[in-house]
Design a protein around this ligand. Structure first.
Ligand code: SF4
Ligand code: FES
Length: 363
């Protein structure tokens, strides 16, 4: 009879769980769930070797184990540190961790542009969420930021390196899912960048998965870019019989009205792909008739994507008619071009002090 493995007890934020030997603190915390699970920008449980790059998952180990209950001297990366029996860990209950995480987010945002209003990843960007939870209201950075030209990585994927946080997930994905990796991290330190060296196209059948693993908007789907905002779309689970070995054909279709705007792999509660999908499913099957629909995708109530999808939502009462005494509001015009007051040729930044009507006088 196979010998039963002795489970290890670990206490994270005052909650105790039992896990198998070899489990990382991050995985143990995910077993508890909720805010106890540290954020992870580079670790990806479906990819071997990931983690240890971004430091967003730092935690405090207040007691190393029952055998040696001394605290660990420094914060540790929870994705790369395994649980010991009797270990006591602090995540959200540690001021040191919160302070360090704020610092990590500030560091990640040094070069990352705050272009969420025009970024396709907005609404499902892990860095965006992290900056809301741990970011500073302003920047202290006074130097020039790194910027890069956008690169087309073949017909389906665009790389906007300026947004990359060098988490290496896309590199591991290409290594482990395709037979020949074409892109990687070039150069070192502050010069590091994701590139194909001499502009090459990534055209492996499974390369589209690098879009799904990218935690920010550095790798985007060219068939979807700028077409819609994710929170206007309705995600629906669907499947098809796919002939590609390794693709189960299980996807999420993103609808607006009757139109499928994009197809992605299904993701779990940690934002990780459940089953990898091939390029054909992702980029070339955008008709409802290509798929067997299963039903609406479960979306966390905390996600911006769930907004507008509540059943029986109470909308605020429309009061404009009452305010206008029963009259219909007039159509809005482009005030800028028709106004005699608001002249577009006036540069407000060149006016000393506050602007007055005399500054706009049309004579
Ligand atoms: S492109 Fe995206 S997935 Fe690849 S290293 Fe940069 S942030 Fe990570
Ligand atoms: S998730 Fe642990 S270091 Fe990035």
């Amino acid at each position: 009879m196979a010998e039963e493995k002795k489970l290890l007890k670990v206490t994270i934020d005052n909650i105790t769980v039992e896990v198998e030997p070899g489990t990382s603190i991050l995985q143990a915390a995910r077993k508890i769930g909720g805010d106890v699970a540290p954020p992870a920008m580079c670790y990806y449980s479906k990819l071997k070797g990931t983690g240890g790059k971004c430091r967003t998952c730092l935690v405090e180990v207040a007691a190393g184990s029952t055998a040696d209950p001394r605290p660990m001297p420094k914060l540790v990366a929870s994705c790369r540190t395994n649980v010991m029996d009797g270990m006591v860990v602090k995540n959200i209950t540690s001021e040191k961790v919160i302070d360090a995480r704020n610092g990590v987010v500030e560091m990640l945002l040094i070069n990352h542009p705050l272009d969420c209003p025009i970024c396709d990843q907005a609404g499902e960007c892990h860095l965006q969420d992290l900056s809301y939870e741990n970011g500073r209201p302003g920047t202290r950075y006074e130097f020039a930021r790194r910027t890069f030209e956008k690169h087309d990585l073949g017909p389906y994927i665009q790389l906007h390196m300026t947004r990359c946080i060098l988490c290496y997930r896309c590199v591991f994905t290409a290594d482990q899912l395709t037979n020949k990796r074409v892109h990687g991290v070039l150069d070192r330190g502050d010069h590091s960048e994701i590139a194909t060296y001499i502009h090459q196209s990534l055209d492996n059948d499974f390369i589209g998965n690098i879009i799904d693993v990218c935690p920010v908007g550095a790798l985007t789907d060219k068939t979807f870019r700028f077409k819609n905002r994710v929170w206007f779309l309705k995600p629906v689970d669907a499947h098809r019989d796919c002939n590609h070995p390794g693709c189960k054909g299980k996807v999420t279709l993103w609808y607006r009205g009757d139109e499928v705007f994009r197809v992605t792999a299904r993701k779990d509660q940690w934002g990780e792909v459940e089953d990898w999908i091939c390029n054909e499913c992702r980029f070339e099957k955008k008709k409802t008739s290509d798929w067997t629909i299963e039903g609406p995708t479960k979306v966390s109530r905390h996600s911006v994507i769930s907004q507008g999808h509540y059943v029986g939502v109470q909308r605020p009462q429309e009061v404009l008619y009452d305010v206008l005494d029963g009259r219909k509001p007039k159509l809005l015009m482009d005030i800028h071009s028709v106004s005699e007051v608001n002249r577009p040729d006036i540069d407000l930044s060149k006016i000393e002090g506050p602007a007055h009507s005399t500054d706009f006088k049309n004579d």
